[in-house]
Design a binder for this molecule. Structure first.
Ligand code: MG
Length: 370
């Protein structure tokens, strides 16, 4: 039987065309880790670990360290088909470290898909051949953001936008008002990343009531649960949970407490196996899901896309899978593209990623380990 023979972790850094600003902070480059899993027969699976220090406490260094200290010891020489047991042991033996564990889970699925000659998208459910994507409007000047929305609409046919808010209430309301007037048929969702105070969040919802926003993501501190409960009761408030629901257990807590009306599933932090637990719970409780982004490069985009397109619930709302456009370069041989506001699933086996090894060498920040 084929066993897991080798796991490589390659840290890399690709600069953004322009810095991405949110209420949490500003990011200038995608500092991620390429995970490559090889089995005893030479089949290879790849995925991208995306650490988020300010959200779940991981860095490139912690990802590298847990591969060295824990993950290799747990999984090397085990059968590639033993997915459920490997998953159980990894989660029992390593708390947290969501991105590190998720990347291994996705790389193993990629390896299995390539070995079987089946696309991960088909392996996982195969519901749709494409998904709609949102444009990203991060913090910045109103005129520039409105111009960017128009450009993304005209260039890529994008008609859904995710708008970062949270630091200046009046500016945020003015921005959404301008966007609505400029693109009357588009859909907009706002993401405050916990930055509003309770009253500010209520004022934001009142002031934007006529604009028909689809969701209000993480309006206030996720830890201030009573504040969240009070604003979740505002009839026009539709709270989308993201960083307050990073695991199946926290999804259950927030949804059952009526503090979240919809949940953002981010495949780079929950992998395929944990994302399935979140997705099925949400489907059974009548909670909408949508596929968010951790700022994936092309590789991570393909990995998330396979999951997004695989199910009815995850392909229903526009996904956030367009961040590869923000990067100056990518690791893929074939660049991804959005057409008519949609991104299409490749038919190649596994997640469909073909890596340009020269680019991997160019952007890697340290010698690979493993
Ligand atoms: Mg968010």
């Amino acid at each position: 039987v084929e066993t897991i023979d080798r796991i490589e972790a390659v840290p890399f850094s690709i600069p953004y065309g322009q810095a991405l600003g949110t209420a949490i902070g500003t990011t200038h480059s995608a500092d991620h880790v390429l995970i490559r899993v090889t089995d005893s027969d030479g089949a290879v699976g790849v995925a991208e670990a995306i650490p988020r220090a300010a959200i779940h406490g991981e860095t490139v260094g912690t990802v590298m360290a847990v591969y060295d200290d824990v993950i290799r010891a747990q999984v090397l020489r085990r059968s590639i088909w033993d997915r459920e047991r490997i998953h159980r042991d990894l989660h029992a033996g390593l708390v947290g470290n969501l991105a590190a564990k998720a990347a291994f889970d996705m790389a193993l699925h990629d390896l299995i898909g390539r070995r079987l000659g089946i696309a991960c998208h088909a392996l996982l459910g195969g519901f749709s051949d494409s998904v709609a994507v949102t444009g990203h409007l991060t913090l910045g000047e109103i005129d520039a953001l409105v111009a960017r929305a128009v450009e993304q609409n005209e260039t890529y046919g994008i008609t859904a936008f995710k708008v970062k808010v949270g630091l200046h209430l009046d500016r945020d309301i003015a921005l959404l008002t301008r966007l609505r007037a400029t693109l009357p048929a588009a859909s907009f969702r706002a993401d405050a990343n916990h930055a509003y105070a309770e009253l500010e969040a209520m004022r934001f919802v009142e002031a934007t009531a006529e604009l028909g926003l689809s969701w209000f993501e993480e309006p206030t501190s996720g830890d201030s649960v009573l504040g969240r409960e009070r604003i979740a009761r505002v009839p026009t408030m539709h709270i989308l949970a993201d960083e307050s629901t990073t695991t199946p257990a926290t999804v259950v807590k927030e949804v059952l407490a009526n503090r979240a009306h919809a949940v953002s599933i981010k495949v780079p932090r929950s992998g395929y196996t944990e994302s399935d637990r979140i997705r099925i719970f949400c489907e059974l409780t009548g909670t909408d899901v949508l596929i968010g982004t951790q700022g994936e490069t092309g590789l991570g985009t393909l990995t998330s896309l396979a999951y997004a397109a695989a199910h009815e619930s995850t392909s229903k709302h526009p996904t956030e899978l367009s961040t590869f456009y923000d990067l100056k370069d990518d690791l893929l041989v074939e660049p991804l593209e959005v057409k008519d506001g949609r991104i299409f699933v490749p038919t190649h086996p596994g997640n469909g990623a073909r890596l340009d090894e020269e680019k991997v060498a160019q952007y890697r920040t340290a010698d690979p380990v493993g």
